[in-house]
Design a binder for this molecule. Structure first.
Ligand SMILES: Nc1nc2c(c(=O)[nH]1)N[C@H]1C(S)=C(S)[C@@H](COP(=O)(O)O)O[C@H]1N2
Ligand SMILES: [Mo]
Length: 205
């Protein structure tokens, strides 16, 4: 009996490469088609009447928006991969919402505003350099894969920062603070990396 057929090596698909030369799947990550929920705090309730989106700190124009006003800002959408520090990645998420540059244009950050903290109404916070926040693919999302964002995934509004590990993508977003000094957020003070670049495996510090 000819067994060689059985032991033929399986042909492998070539690994996908991003335009910047990095592999599409960051090191140490595995792909999932599911959308796991990863939340530290209890999933909060939402009250559209009471909701305020606050923008403050090192800006010329601090401001506050009601839910309707936030909904009324120009919309954008994108397809982006999502990488959790606990090693799962989910490709091709379709996010719809408001680009953060709509907020930046209204707030007019001062020259010294080199850092940003995203705030959730649960008290969760996460920090990032202004240069990572002010990027083409950073959005305040209301919809995911053509559905209103599920409550446990941050609905009705969350931040999405695709190029950093997902703990930078604050769920239940209600504020953006601009700062001239870095201010590590919830996970960042508990040992997760301050910067969180998945392609550099910046997981812990
Ligand atoms: N408010 C809040 N936002 C959060 C978190 C959290 O615990 N609370 N977890 C972060 C982490 S670690 C990840 S991986 C993603 C998970 O988003 P998901 O639950 O929609 O998959 O949300 C991030 N945003
Ligand atoms: Mo995560």
């Amino acid at each position: 009996m000819d067994l060689s057929r059985l032991f033929k090596p399986k042909t492998q698909e070539p690994a996908e490469v991003r335009p910047d030369g990095n592999l599409r799947l960051p090191p140490g990550q595995y792909l999932t088609k599911k959308f796991p929920v990863l939340t530290y705090e209890a999933t909060p309730t939402f009250d559209a009447e009471k909701y305020r989106f606050r923008v403050w700190g090192a800006v010329e124009q601090p401001f506050e928006l009601t839910w309707d006003e936030l909904q009324g800002l120009p919309r954008t959408d994108e397809i982006a991969d999502f990488h959790c520090v606990t090693t799962w990645s989910r490709y091709d998420n379709h996010w719809e919402g408001v680009h953060v540059r709509e907020i930046i244009a209204r707030a007019k950050p001062l020259p010294g505003a080199q850092f940003v903290v995203a705030h959730s109404w649960t008290g969760y916070t996460t920090n990032m350099p202004y240069s990572d926040f002010n990027d083409d693919d950073v959005v305040i999302a209301f919809n995911h894969d053509d559905q209103p964002l599920e409550r446990e995934h941050g609905g009705p509004v969350r931040l999405i920062v695709p190029k950093l590990y997902a703990y930078k993508s604050a769920k239940w977003l209600n504020g953006i603070e601009f700062l001239d000094q870095d201010h590590p957020g919830f996970w960042e003070v508990r040992g997760y990396h301050n910067h969180a670049d998945p392609w550099k495996e910046e997981r812990y510090w």
